[in-house]
Design a protein around this ligand. Structure first.
Ligand code: ATP
Ligand code: MG
Length: 321
């Protein structure tokens, strides 16, 4: 399998991002070949502050390595360091029907809200297709919200191949297991836009405070409760060991505990769960030169692959004389 995944540098990563995506991406680094990129060209459609964008980009790369991505096994790079992808994007754009993009939900949703979309957002699925096709990726792990974009990619690859010959590898989506939506501090789905996140790399003291403020229902102390539907318990289950989780579940069913105790246990478990990653992150952040070297090496490897694919595509459509 040749696996490709990208993460957008649009803010600090939270538990939802980790359990819903990043952890599962990293697990795929053992496949034949894996490519991980920080999608700064995509982020440019929303992050317009240059300092913020470059900071988030480096941070995202550091985060991935801190969380276990091994840049020796996997190719880790920044999207804009591979200009071949933007060139390939143009080739694909010339064969993209407007109607196909008009049906894509990111654009449609924005328009439905009465907001004006720019061409960057409109063409986002084509750039994403170029990202995938440039590395001959056959497997793309995505949440179900991205399935439509994989279909667009397959459409574009299919019609290019049909018109000009077999140039592109047809990719398949691998659906991430996000059946367990990570709840936020208010019990709704955790999301940057809802301002209810627990960040992975937040200072443990600050995180403890945030955890102590998680909303709960007004169940009295003596009343037992089913653990499954409770968002505090769901959060605890993510970072506790399975024994701890079972003990906590029993406590819920027996009753006679306060939510304050659960929150303390949650803060302790979270601090332990992310301790190694946090320590690694501090080391990596202290040595930005080393990180830049990792990204330069990744970009060189990625460009080697992407330039072969681009040459194939250019030759097929008559751009190479
Ligand atoms: P935004 O508010 O801008 O949509 P977000 O916080 O929801 O940001 P995304 O960038 O949309 O984060 O998501 C990145 C990845 O993390 C996606 O693959 C998504 O499925 C996953 N993810 C985000 N939030 C959760 C969550 N609460 N539970 C499970 N997975 C999540
Ligand atoms: Mg989201």
């Amino acid at each position: 399998m040749r696996v490709l995944s990208g993460i957008q540098p649009t803010g600090r990563p939270h538990w939802g991002n980790y359990f819903g995506a990043i952890r599962q991406y990293i697990d795929l680094q053992d496949e034949d070949e894996s490519y991980y990129f920080v999608a700064n060209l995509h982020a440019l459609t929303t992050v317009r502050d240059p300092k913020l964008l470059s900071g988030y980009t480096l941070d995202a790369a550091i985060d991935l390595v801190a969380l276990g991505l091994d840049p020796k096994r996997a190719t880790l790079f920044v999207q804009s360091d591979v200009p071949e992808v933007s060139e390939l994007c143009w080739l694909l754009l010339t064969g993209t029907p407007m109607g196909l993009l008009e049906r894509c939900h990111a654009y449609k949703d924005k328009k439905a809200k009465g907001l004006t979309a720019d061409a960057g957002l409109f063409n986002y699925p084509v750039l994403m297709a170029a990202d995938i096709l440039a590395y001959d990726a056959d497997t793309v792990p995505v949440g179900d919200d991205q399935l439509q974009h994989i279909e667009v990619c397959r459409d574009l690859a299919g019609s290019f191949n049909h018109r000009f010959g077999e140039v592109f590898t047809m990719p398949k989506a691998k659906i991430l297991d996000n059946s367990a939506k990570v709840p936020g501090t208010d019990g709704e789905k955790m999301s940057k836009s809802y301002n209810n996140t627990l960040e992975i790399f937040e200072d443990p003291k600050a995180q403890r405070k945030r955890i102590m403020r998680i909303t709960t229902d007004s169940r009295p102390m003596d009343q037992p409760k089913e653990p499954e539907g409770d968002h505090l318990f769901q959060l605890y289950s993510l970072v506790a060991t399975s024994e701890q989780r079972d003990e906590m579940a029993a406590l819920y069913r027996r009753g006679g505990f306060g939510y304050g105790d659960v929150k303390k246990a949650l803060a302790d478990a979270a601090e332990r769960f992310f301790a190694d990653a946090r320590a690694r992150r501090l080391e990596l952040a202290a040595d930005p030169k080393a990180m830049h070297a990792i990204l330069a090496d990744g970009a060189a490897r990625a460009r080697q692959k992407a330039s072969q694919v681009l040459a194939r595509a250019k030759k097929a459509c008559g751009l190479l004389l």
